[in-house]
Ligand binder design. Structure first.
Ligand code: SF4
Length: 371
């Protein structure tokens, strides 16, 4: 009974760690603790998400688990998590596990507990499906290597875009030493053996907990994507927790993080540079306009000719995504496009694309369709 109570509490606490497409992740309405529905590539995937403990030696000022927050601390044994997960999995309630933890005693002691869960599932029970393990700040290279041998995906939360940003949030965590260096290790381990953590690494930023702008976050992100093997990033909107040092700070709007997700897609999948995006004087994205549309209004390449524009120009047209852009390029090699309906059939959102394209030299619409 005591274990179930702990499990319920620590599953609730796990909501603060994001995974898969965060804006659509929600807890299952079942009475069972820890079942979350993550959406990936349009599919809803039930996963078991739990924190091993809400004890933590770090003092991240926004975090419910921070060392100075006075509340009841709980800790689960690896065997308890394994048992509940296997029960859910065998009943087809979940298809995977996402395991995170506060830091108790030391980073490696914490990692050892998480490794024990994953090791038991893989080696003792032959579990072959999805495991995502959080690497805690300060974990040793050896424990990261062992985690990567067991997990499909690993993550470390950057929380902030820079050392200065992190120092506003935490006095105990070092951006360069505890986080950046660990990501470099993930990179070097992966370079030596690509089979480890085959789904790669992800990270998370807490938006609005410090004074970093969207432009600063996205600029750091672009450089992390270029230099580290990070697959994608999640943005958590800061929400003050009573009893923490940031309890009186203003809550971050979820519109801001939604726009950061749009911008992240442009950087990660459309290969935009950060300076192609439009920010206000404070370095923030518009909360109301689509970042791609705003960026297109500021480019002098439009209208582009559908039958000859290079891939990077097609990708900058509102309403054209990576899949439709590559279909356009393949089809036009055989026969030029003549009508807007042909583009519609490929999945182009023509109402958005028309003002920005030409077909066989003809303009399709003027921008005043938006006014
Ligand atoms: S290290 Fe993680 S769990 Fe601990 S206080 Fe910071 S954000 Fe919270």
């Amino acid at each position: 009974m005591e274990t179930l109570r702990k499990m319920q509490v620590l599953c609730d606490y796990a909501q603060y760690d994001l995974c898969d497409y965060s804006s659509d992740i929600k807890q299952s309405d079942a009475n069972l603790p820890g079942i979350y529905h993550a959406t990936s590539n349009g599919c809803k995937i039930p996963i078991f998400k739990v924190l091993m403990t809400n004890k933590c030696v770090f003092d991240c000022k926004y975090c419910i688990n921070q060392s100075k927050h006075k509340f009841t601390r709980l800790e689960l044994e690896p065997k308890d998590i394994t048992k509940v997960f296997l029960d859910y999995y065998q009943k087809n309630y979940v298809y995977g596990l996402f395991l995170s933890s506060g830091i108790v005693n030391s980073a490696d002691y914490t990692m050892e507990n998480m490794i024990e869960v994953a090791r038991t599932l893989r080696k003792d029970y032959g579990f072959k499906d999805y495991i995502h393990l959080k690497i805690v700040p300060g974990a040793s290279k050896e424990s990261i290597k062992r985690v990567m041998a067991l997990a499909n995906r690993v993550s470390i939360n950057f929380e902030s875009a820079s050392s200065d940003g992190l120092s506003q949030i935490s006095s105990t965590k070092s951006f360069k030493k505890d986080i950046l260096r660990r990501f470099k290790w993930i990179d070097s381990i992966k370079k030596k053996d690509k089979s480890l953590a085959p789904f790669g690494a992800t990270t998370q930023f807490v938006i609005g907990a410090n004074d970093e702008s969207d432009q600063e976050v996205l600029s750091s992100l672009k450089s992390f994507y270029r230099n580290l093997s990070i697959k994608r990033s999640y943005f958590s909107a800061f929400d003050p927790v009573i009893g923490t040092e940031f309890e009186n700070k203003e809550k971050c709007s979820s519109k801001r993080t939604a726009q950061l997700y749009h911008a992240e897609t442009l950087i990660n999948s459309y290969k935009f540079d950060v300076d192609e995006l439009v920010f206000n004087d404070g370095g923030l994205l518009s909360e109301n306009e689509d970042p791609k549309y705003l960026s297109a209004l500021n480019m002098d390449i439009f209208p582009v000719e559908i039958n000859s524009a290079p891939l990077h120009e097609l990708l900058r047209v509102p309403g054209i995504g990576p899949r439709s852009a590559s279909k356009i390029i393949n089809i036009r090699k055989k026969m030029p496009f003549k009508s807007i309906n042909q583009l519609k059939k490929l999945g182009v959102v023509v109402s958005r694309a028309e003002p920005f394209i030409k077909l066989k030299g003809n303009f399709q619409a003027s921008l005043d369709v938006y006014s």
